[in-house]
Design a binder for this molecule. Structure first.
Ligand SMILES: [Zn+2]
Ligand SMILES: [Zn+2]
Length: 177
């Protein structure tokens, strides 16, 4: 008998079924359908009322912002009116006076002092930290001439020239007031 090595005519199918016991039957109670009666409020309607609530809240917030802005503008106008009507007001000569719109010599000088102080502090911070994220166009603007700032300024100028060439010559935004 040639019991060993005997070739059968049919191939053994490769059984790919999971082993006994690994069959995943859905667990009792894990069914994903809503229980009876839970579908009484249509989903669309719930969504709509939620959206309406959000819109109402946004509108209220917007109205509040507008009211605050209007109040602030009113306050500024009153403040400025007081400053302008009284040259002896102690708030002249402060950057607050300038920020409220007074452009008298004292307020302008206070503003300049403040902004040069800011410039100095920023420049010092940039000098002290080459990794400061403000290196770049801003750094250049504030007087830093490190490689990063110079490169950013060059790129900015090149971009401006390219845009300027594509645009008819007109008013240029150079120079401050
Ligand atoms: Zn003033
Ligand atoms: Zn720099």
């Amino acid at each position: 008998m040639r019991a060993q090595g005997q070739v059968h005519g049919r191939r053994h199918p490769v059984v790919q079924e999971p082993p006994e016991g690994a069959v995943q039957e859905p667990l009792e109670g894990a069914v994903k359908e809503p229980p009876e009666g839970a579908a009484k409020v249509p989903h669309d309607e719930a969504m709509r009322s939620a959206k309406e609530a959000i819109t109402a809240a946004q509108e209220a917030a917007q109205a509040a912002r507008l009211r605050r802005a209007a109040k602030a503008a009113e306050h500024r106008a009153e403040y400025l009116a007081v400053l302008l009507s009284d040259p002896g007001d102690p708030r002249h000569g402060t950057d607050t006076g300038y920020s409220y719109g007074c452009r008298c010599d004292a307020c302008a000088a206070a503003w300049r002092r403040k902004s040069t102080g800011y410039r100095r502090r920023l420049k010092a911070a940039l000098d002290a930290d080459p990794g400061d994220p403000r290196h770049g166009r801003l750094g250049y603007h504030f007087g830093c001439r490190c490689a990063v700032c110079v490169a950013a300024n060059k790129a900015n100028k090149a971009g401006k020239a390219a845009r300027g060439a594509a645009r008819p010559r007109g008013s240029h935004g150079e120079g401050g007031r």
